[in-house]
Ligand binder design. Structure first.
Ligand SMILES: Cc1cc2nc3c(=O)[nH]c(=O)nc-3n(C[C@H](O)[C@H](O)[C@H](O)COP(=O)(O)OP(=O)(O)OC[C@H]3O[C@@H](n4cnc5c(N)ncnc54)[C@H](O)[C@@H]3O)c2cc1C
Length: 300
């Protein structure tokens, strides 16, 4: 059996698939196989097949924090958002959700049940898995604030890990070091709240994003983490880079911490702009800007 046939037993498979179709930047070369596992058992079999065939693999959520290179990826992308996306609520606000569920949908479902704690997530276009990987957050809240446990596939086994074992910090988690660990689900604890207040807060957050972020253009959200005691967007503004472009990649005039794919930008162009901003900010202010956006499939 060839690899496509083997993988197809356990999920939907696209061969020679452009990653540009699966990232919010709309950038990225092709990958050999892009697979949506049907469930956890299928996911484990797909990983086993990758290992047996010595194929590299990587899990994607919605590709909303990734800058994929323009190169071919000779491996398998395992995407959880099509099937592994169920959400379960208990009466008192405990919630278990699969890693592939949208956190916007999760926040909305919580609001419908009058559970508070996920209002910050109502405009973050990723999956729960992606959010738990990078401790996504906004407005001084983050997903780890409501997290109890994560169901992880590691060393060939699945186990629940407690939040205090996962080294959560600002846009940081242990998953960024333990690259083989795959998040399958999260267990959250939300608080009972007033539904109309929760909804009003979510609506106002969403409106604020629409007013301040270039949501009509492909991007991966904030490009840089905020350094201590400073805002990345202000530093970029101060070096005069608002609106600056390299090829089709541009610093948004609306929000300078967003790099947008203005006109069929290549990954190289986006990366060149990132590097230029980092070196200008370092030169003028002595501050290292670290990226929030992750690079995938780069040789260097
Ligand atoms: C318009 C816009 C606004 C945004 N606003 C915010 C914001 O306010 N706050 C914020 O924090 N982020 C924001 N982001 C960035 C992004 O949405 C978040 O980082 C989100 O959590 C990424 O989730 P994802 O499913 O898209 O992950 P992906 O981009 O698919 O993956 C990101 C990383 O997580 C890893 N990963 C994904 N799923 C798993 C898993 N199940 N197990 C292990 N590793 C996994 C991937 O391998 C990759 O390394 C924004 C992005 C956009 C485009």
């Amino acid at each position: 059996m060839n690899i496509e046939e083997q993988l197809s037993a356990y999920g939907d498979v696209e061969c020679n698939e452009p990653l540009a179709k699966h990232t919010t930047f709309r950038i990225g070369g092709r990958c050999a196989y892009f697979v949506y596992p049907k469930n956890e058992i299928c996911f484990i079999r797909i990983v086993d097949i990758c290992k047996a065939q010595q194929l590299p693999y990587r899990v994607f959520g919605k590709g909303s924090n990734l800058l994929c290179s323009d190169d071919f990826y000779e491996g398998v992308i395992i995407c959880l958002d099509r099937y592994m996306n169920e959400i379960y609520f208990e009466k008192e606000g405990a919630c278990v959700a699969q890693a592939g569920c949208s956190i916007i949908l999760l926040a909305h479902e919580a609001m419908k049940r009058s559970f508070s704690g996920l209002e910050f997530a109502s405009g973050i276009p990723g999956t729960l898995g992606g959010a738990l990987y990078m401790n996504a957050g906004a407005y001084r809240s983050s997903i780890s604030d409501v997290l109890k446990q994560v169901f992880v596939y590691k060393d060939g086994k699945c186990e629940w890990l407690n939040v205090d074992e996962l080294a959560y910090g600002y846009r940081q988690s242990r998953f960024q070091q333990e690259r083989d660990w795959i998040i399958l689900a999260g267990r959250l604890q939300l608080e009972k709240g007033d539904q109309s207040e929760i909804k009003a807060l979510m609506d106002s957050r969403r409106q604020r994003r629409m007013d301040t972020q270039p949501l009509d253009k492909p991007s991966a959200g904030s490009t840089f983490r905020n350094p201590e005691n400073a805002s990345a967007w202000e530093l970029i503004d101060k070096i005069g880079y608002r609106g600056k472009n390299i090829g089709g990649a541009a610093v948004s005039a609306k929000h300078p911490n967003f790099i947008i794919n203005e006109q069929q930008a290549s990954a190289e162009e986006v990366f060149a702009l990132i590097t230029e901003i980092q070196s200008e900010v370092k030169k003028q202010f002595g501050i290292e800007l670290h990226t929030e956006v992750e690079r995938f499939n780069w040789k260097t």
